[in-house]
Ligand binder design. Structure first.
Ligand SMILES: [Zn+2]
Length: 386
């Protein structure tokens, strides 16, 4: 890493100090110095700056058995928010700088795939954020969209499951005045959430397969999100699993998404057990006891295994995390099928180094969206990632 100048080093050291407060608070200045290896004078300067900015505060002294008692530091009550625009609803969350949830809500659309209805729900979500939080305490808002984003033109270029967003300039239509707003593709947010707070926390390279009404992946490479050349990286839902197969919403035939996405699986299950995404909690045991439904889930597992094998061969991630509503209820069943099948499609050595697991993180899309704002505080773009 070539450090450009003094201010870059300062930004990185500031992020290092902030991360110590995030992970170890209450923590004293001398403890930060000891754990970061930075000299005490620099720590004193950083802390003075953070106190002045109102990001940290002193919370009294804790006595050491030998020597002077230390003044401890923690974050003040500052927050970041996440908003997830999905084909079914807009979800919103407010978390503090430690990631603790302070507010959460879901707003269903009056009309599906309608831009005005989506904007109305988005504005209600924003209202919710500021109902109990002052603008001055809100350090940033992240927004997750189900479509692929052109960051340069601030436009959603493709959203096969939510066409009403295609061509939309989000910086005009989905903005929040007076706060920094960050945007990202929703499966990418899901991966970021797992990096900050989920099963990817301790791994430098992993991926999250996000199964909603679309299927997408977020790839974390060396602790940072991998976008690819045009932010398309991770479109695992459009891997062909069946030559000349069913028509997919993208226009091609035989894509994984045409077989194994949430709405399609629920539609198939509905032939045998009446269920929708809201009633899954009450019905999933009945579904697991039904042989026809089990066959549907079995096929889904085999199809996922085929697509996952490609990822294992290509990227060799340490962990693959399966995420989504169907995984929440049928994750164990699907995992067993996948583990039995995947070896048929990938190299044994690649597979030995990859663990496939299911997510236990709640609200991953909105938390991931909020983490875009956390990244602005705790990471230095291109140079320092937690
Ligand atoms: Zn497709």
């Amino acid at each position: 890493m070539k450090l450009k100048n003094h201010s870059l080093i300062k930004s990185i050291n500031r992020a290092i100090v902030l991360n110590k407060v995030r992970t170890k608070s209450p923590i004293s200045r001398s403890q930060i110095a000891k754990e970061t290896g930075l000299d005490k004078k620099s720590i004193t300067n950083f802390v003075t700056m953070l106190l002045k900015e109102g990001l940290v505060h002193e919370t009294g002294k804790i006595g050491a058995s030998a020597g002077r008692p230390s003044t401890m530091l923690t974050f003040t009550e500052k927050f970041v928010s996440g908003i997830y625009v999905s084909p079914e609803f807009v979800e919103v969350i407010v978390i503090d700088l430690y990631g603790r949830i302070d507010f959460h809500n879901k707003i269903k659309y009056e009309k599906k795939n309608n831009l005005n209805a989506v904007k109305k729900a988005f504005n209600s979500a924003v209202k919710g954020i500021f109902m109990n939080h002052k603008a001055v305490d809100m350090l940033g808002i992240g927004v997750a969209f189900p479509g692929i984003i052109d960051f340069e033109k601030s436009t959603i270029i493709e959203a096969v499951n939510m066409n009403c967003l295609e061509g939309v300039d989000y910086s005009e239509e989905f903005t929040v005045h007076g706060v920094d707003v960050f945007y990202e593709h929703s499966p990418h947010c899901s991966a970021l959430a797992h990096k900050w707070f989920g099963s990817g926390k301790n791994f430098s390279d992993f991926m999250v397969i996000d199964i909603t009404n679309g299927i997408g992946a977020g790839i974390i490479n060396n602790r940072r999100l991998f976008h690819g050349a045009g932010n398309y990286a991770g479109e695992i839902g459009h891997i062909t699993i069946e030559k000349n197969g069913l028509k997919c919403r993208c226009g091609n035939y035989g894509c994984l998404e045409a077989y194994a996405s949430e709405d399609i699986i629920l539609e198939k299950i509905n032939e045998f057990v009446t269920v929708d995404s809201d009633s899954l909690e009450d019905r999933y045991l009945e579904i697991l006891a039904n042989n026809d439904c089990k066959k549907i889930l079995n096929d889904m597992g085999v199809q996922l295994a085929q697509a996952l094998a490609t990822s294992v061969n290509l990227l060799s991630p340490k962990v693959i995390v399966l995420n989504g509503l169907l995984i929440e209820y049928f994750g164990d069943y699907l995992l067993e099928v996948i583990n039995n099948e995947i070896g048929k499609y990938c190299l044994k050595k690649c597979l030995d180094d990859t663990k496939i697991t299911t997510s236990s993180l709640q609200y991953s899309h909105v938390i991931g969206a909020a983490s875009l704002a956390l990244s602005d505080i705790f990471e230095v773009n291109e140079y320092y990632y937690i």
